[in-house]
Design a protein around this ligand. Sequence first.
Ligand code: ZN
Length: 277
Amino acid sequence: MWSCTQLVTQLKDMGIQQGDTLLMHTSLRSLGDVRDRSATLLNAVLNVIGVEGTLMVPTFTASCADSTENMTDESERNALRMLTPSFNRKTSPSDVHLTGYFSEEVRNHAGSKRSDHPIYSFASIGAQAEFLTQSTPLSYPLGSSGPLHKLHQLDGKVLLVGVDQTVNISLRLAEIWAKCPYIHRSIEVKSADNRWVKVEGVLQCRTGFERITPLLRNSRIMKTGRLGDADCYIMSHRMLVSMGVAMLAGDPSAILCRNESCSSCIQARKMCRETTV
Ligand SMILES: [Zn+2]
């Protein structure tokens, strides 16, 4: 069984240190045998980054978005839209199938701050938590002036624990800054005051994010490590975004997936072709 002390040593071995600002994406199960996994992991991380450090995790709430876009029956559509929950910064749980249970541990921690975007909120603990989570723009929430841009300003790090690049939403900032033709797609979401509002610049398929892995490995921007039993990847957020922007400047469809049944990426690739012609 892995102890908190052992996790602390492993985090330090990966280069995480006092004062770091850290965005984490975590599969708790991948840690292996750890008592009270989420609480022990949080203790270990906060111990390593210290009071000057800051931890941030996604607490996304896709359940607050309209899921009826492709429904043709108007009454069924209206019924489902009625049942869609409105976002509440204090009480709306993260969609743990998207963000993992560790996001809930951070969100529920005393002193945790949460940004107020109806679908793309983040929870944060530590010295820069207030800065990272204040006033996210409603549209392009993962772009300029949002939490990922602020993480960039703070020269933060990204830590993937037992997960791959497909969850690494920092690449969304690269897509926006590279002005990829497909970044403007929108969705309706139910905001805190129970109103439907349009959010432009929403994230779609992320399967293709994995295509940046060889570049990150070869350029040594991404280092590997272990936490408990989990394989981990650690990288500078700034260097990751710069690499993403450079890759997309050469080919705006570079991090779209190649799955022939992925309508989202097929549509996005078409937008890329039409823009370059
Ligand atoms: Zn796709």
